[in-house]
Design a protein around this ligand. Structure first.
Ligand code: TLP
Length: 339
């Protein structure tokens, strides 16, 4: 099977497994795991932040980000297609007791005007607004890069409104690979940044939340409360460290393959959103029937909605896999879902 469902499906390579095997470990709840500590320091350095905390998932680091930047009853401003709002099981309400206000914007971008229009004056009737959450790259719009100037202007507007800013950077290094702009330039504009090693970077598990030392100390408490305090976690942290050290630059290969996939699908007659990074969105008419037919031809993908399908390239997808995926989709275009 060629698995294009997500860039989360990668398996650790022998070199990554070796790093896991050889990892020095200790009890991380006591702060004694040297590999976890190295990982946290390495990622804080990559993002230009004072500190970082390691957690099992991007959902947990996003939700800790929401938690440490808000108080109960606050309003959090997000793009209407944000992962933190749509795909995290209602956690902002469940974990932080905040309400989420959804804002529109092309490609996951929130304009300063849109943010300003959503601002609420101090009044006993209104929720307090404390946080703006941004996402780069933006998953639901097909891995679009949040342009740095647009990002800077909405962050500046947020500061003017007294908001803190959290970045869901699950695929922030894809934005770096696509533009050549260091991830830390987006990070510098935010209070907290979540990054994942388990997406295109190829680790089996693990995300980090970076920020200033005081905020990350609070985040460590929140991680414990959520059950994310892990013990000899160096065994898995070693995979994340390996991923950040070795697999950032190669993300450009995934982007080239996504572009090739998009061109092939387009030549086969599909309407495709030209990818900026590793996510291809394809219009297929009836997504569930298309996905069934595609799976019967040996290729897996996911529905984005009832008529759009998402295909991701990643470490375990080769040039040949891309060709075979295009052939499978072309066959469906030619012979129909039953062909
Ligand atoms: N996204 C997954 C699914 O949850 C949709 C995927 O296959 O793309 N932020 C963003 C932007 C993400 O895309 C994801 C995962 C997360 C956060 C959550 O990360 P995990 O899966 O580690 O909790």
């Amino acid at each position: 099977m060629i698995d294009l469902r997500s860039d989360t499906v990668t398996r650790p390579t022998p070199q990554m497994r070796r790093a896991m095997f050889e990892a020095e470990v200790g009890d991380d709840v006591y702060g004694e795991d040297p590999t976890v500590r190295r990982l946290e320091e390495y990622v804080a350095g990559l993002l230009g932040k004072e500190d970082a905390v390691y957690a099992p998932s991007g959902t947990m680091t996003n939700q800790i980000g929401v938690y440490v930047n808000t108080s109960r009853g606050d309003e959090v401003l997000v793009h209407q297609d944000a992962h933190v709002f749509n795909y995290e099981a209602g956690a902002p309400a469940l974990v932080s007791s905040v309400q989420v206000r959804q804002l529109p914007g092309e490609g996951g971008v929130i304009s300063p005007e849109t943010l300003r229009a959503a601002a609420r004056p101090e009044n006993v009737h209104f929720p307090r607004q404390s946080l703006l959450c941004l996402e780069n790259t933006h998953n639901a719009s097909g891995g679009r890069v949040y342009p740095l100037d647009a990002f800077a202007s909405v962050c500046e507007e947020a500061r003017g409104l007294g908001l803190r800013v959290h970045l869901d950077g699950a695929r922030l290094f894809n934005a770096q690979a696509a533009t050549g702009i260091p991830a830390r330039e987006w990070a510098a504009l935010c209070d907290t940044v979540s990054v994942c090693s388990s997406k295109g970077l190829g680790a089996p598990v693990g995300s980090l939340l970076a920020g200033d030392a005081g905020t990350i100390a609070e985040a460590r408490r929140a991680r414990k409360a959520l059950g994310g305090g892990m013990r000899q976690a160096g065994v898995i942290a070693a995979a994340s460290l390996y991923a950040f050290e070795h697999n950032i630059d190669r993300l450009a290969e995934d982007h080239e393959r996504a572009a090739r996939l998009a061109r092939g699908l387009s030549s086969a007659g599909y309407e495709v959103v030209p990818p900026e990074t590793n996510i291809v969105l394809v219009e297929v008419g009836d997504a569930p029937r298309f996905l069934e037919a595609l799976a019967a031809r040996g290729v897996l993908a996911t529905p984005r909605n009832s008529s759009t399908v998402r295909m991701c390239t990643h470490l375990d997808v080769s040039d040949e896999d891309v060709e075979r995926a295009v052939e499978a989709a072309a066959g469906i275009a030619r012979f129909g879902v039953a062909g």
